[in-house]
Design a protein around this ligand. Structure first.
Ligand SMILES: *[C@@H]1O[C@H](CO)[C@@H](O)[C@H](O)[C@H]1NC(C)=O
Ligand SMILES: *[C@@H]1O[C@H](CO)[C@@H](O)[C@H](O)[C@H]1NC(C)=O
Length: 224
C-alpha cells in the first residue's frame, strides 16, 4: 500500500493534471463584441480594461503607415513595424496582430521567440532564408528559402529567424495569434539583460571562456 506522502503526491499530481486543461494555447476568447483598451485606466488585468463602449470610435480599430518601410540602418539590418494592441487599442482581447518587417541587403531578423503567438509570414518582396528550431531534445531546424508570395509558419514559442542574403531589399508581413505576442530576442535577453547575468553562468552554459562572455555583454544590444 502507498504511504501517506505518496498518496498526497499522487493526489496533487492528479489535481495538477485536471486543472492544466484550464490553460489556453492562445489569447482567451472575448465575451463581448469588443473591449477597446482604456489606456487611461490604472487597473491591471490580464489584457487591458475596456473603454466605455459608448465612446468607442472607428479610429480605435485603425492604424495607417504600414506602406512605409522601417529604417533598416542598424547593426542587424532589419526593422519590425508593430501593429498590435499597443498601437491599435481595439485589438484588446481579440487574439490577433500584425507586423511589417523590412530587411536591408544582408539584413537579419535575429533569432527570437514570441511567447504568446504562432506567426504566419508572407514575403511581399525579395527572398528570405527562414527557419525555426524545435524544443529539446531534438532541436531540429526546419528551414526554407522563401520567394515573393511564399508563406511560412513559426509555431508558438519556438526560436525563429529570417535572413535576407540577397543584394536587394526584402519586405514581409506577418500575422500573429495574439493581441500582444511579446518578443524575446535570444542574444539581447541572454547577453544584454539588466543587470547582467553572471559571466560564470553564461561561460558554463555556452561552453566558452568568461572573456568571450564579457565581450558579448559589453556589446550594445539594439532593441528590435
Ligand atoms: C525602425 O524604423 C522606424 C521608422 O523609420 C524608426 O523610428 C525606428 O527607430 C527603427 N527601429 C530600429 C530598431 O532600427
Ligand atoms: C526527438 O528526439 C528523440 C530522442 O533523441 C527521438 O526519440 C524522437 O524520435 C525525436 N523526435 C522527432 C520528431 O524527431
Amino acid at each position: 500500500m502507498a504511504s501517506a506522502p505518496t498518496q498526497t503526491f499522487i493526489f496533487l499530481a492528479f489535481f495538477a493534471l485536471l486543472t492544466s486543461s484550464l490553460c489556453f494555447a492562445s489569447d482567451p476568447s472575448p465575451l463581448q463584441d469588443f473591449c477597446v483598451a482604456d489606456a487611461a485606466s490604472n487597473v491591471f488585468v490580464n489584457g487591458f480594461v475596456c473603454k466605455n463602449p459608448a465612446i468607442v470610435k472607428a479610429n480605435d480599430f485603425f492604424l495607417s503607415g504600414l506602406n512605409k518601410p522601417g529604417d533598416t540602418s542598424n547593426p542587424v539590418g532589419s526593422n519590425v513595424t508593430q501593429a498590435n494592441v499597443a498601437q491599435i487599442p481595439g485589438l484588446n482581447t481579440l487574439g490577433v496582430s500584425l507586423v511589417r518587417i523590412d530587411y536591408a541587403p544582408g539584413g537579419l531578423n535575429p533569432p527570437h521567440t514570441h511567447p504568446r503567438a504562432t506567426e504566419i509570414l508572407v514575403v511581399l518582396k525579395g527572398t528570405l532564408y527562414v527557419g525555426f528550431i524545435t524544443s529539446n531534445p531534438n532541436n531540429t531546424l526546419f528551414s526554407k528559402i522563401l520567394y515573393e508570395g511564399d508563406l511560412f509558419v513559426f509555431p508558438q514559442g519556438l526560436i525563429h529567424f529570417q535572413f535576407n542574403y540577397e543584394h536587394s531589399n526584402a519586405v514581409a508581413f506577418a500575422g500573429l495569434g495574439s493581441q500582444n505576442p511579446g518578443t524575446i530576442t535570444i542574444a539581447n535577453a541572454v547577453f544584454g539583460s539588466k543587470p547582467p547575468i553572471s559571466d560564470i553562468v553564461l561561460a558554463k552554459a555556452f561552453q566558452v571562456s568568461k572573456e568571450i562572455i564579457d565581450k558579448l555583454q559589453a556589446q550594445f544590444w539594439l532593441e528590435n
